[in-house]
Design a protein around this ligand. Structure first.
Ligand SMILES: [Zn+2]
Length: 218
């Protein structure tokens, strides 16, 4: 299998997993994978059901934003994916979803961050996750906000919209989505009973070192 075909299979794997894990509603969200060794990435087409997507339906885009192959229009958020690949050479897969708890948490007034509350959210996401401000879907503004607020972490929440998670491959990007969803759900539970206990700062720092070494993002 060549690198382009491998990237297409990664995107299809992401589509299968987001359906399996109930991260997607209708045709909302978009998934992409970098083509190893090339200035290209593969992304889902706009408004197509993940359940029926095949490798031939996917769209190939270069790092300047030009569509180089595909019979359908790319996802409207293709620029958001492109900016992440440009800013994060360690990232090979990007998953944007509108999952229930992440979207709910990202829509709470006054919230600017999803705090790390357990081992997973620190070890797999790299610590607290920022929420970027709202901008229209598909806009250059949203692409800039999302890629900026992602920073060096594995996830970013998007106000009144959802989340975007990244990884060195599709498996890790999907795991990041799961941990974001689980953390937002846990925060919902915790806040009904009390307040989250802030994580020990020294442990957090150590975990960040572990995370950043693992993903090479230091
Ligand atoms: Zn969206």
């Amino acid at each position: 299998m060549n690198n382009l075909e491998a990237a297409k299979q990664e995107v299809l794997k992401g589509c299968r997993l987001t359906i399996e894990k109930a991260f997607t509603v209708g045709t909302a969200g978009n998934i992409s994978a970098r083509v190893a060794g090339e200035e290209l990435f593969v992304i889902t087409p706009t408004t197509m059901d993940y359940a029926i997507l095949t490798a031939e339906d996917l769209v190939v885009i270069d790092m300047e934003g030009k569509v180089v192959d595909g019979k359908y229009a790319p996802s409207i958020e293709h620029n958001l994916h492109r900016l992440i690949y440009l800013k994060r050479p360690d990232v090979n897969a990007v998953v944007h979803v509108h999952s229930t708890y992440a979207t709910a948490y990202a829509s709470i007034e006054g919230i600017t961050v999803m705090p790390s509350i357990d081992i997973e959210s620190i070890n797999y996401l790299g610590g607290d996750v920022d929420r970027c401000p709202f901008a229209a879907p598909g806009s250059d503004e949203l692409a800039a906000y999302t890629s900026d607020y992602l920073g060096k972490k594995a996830a970013v929440l998007m106000q009144n919209h959802g989340s975007t998670c990244v990884g060195k491959d599709m498996g890790t990007a999907i795991t990041a989505c799961e941990i974001v969803e689980k953390t937002c759900y846990s925060l919902f539970l915790i806040n009904t009973m009390g307040k989250p206990i802030p994580f020990d700062a020294a442990f957090k720092e150590k975990a960040w070192n572990k995370y950043s070494n693992k993903f090479g993002v230091k």
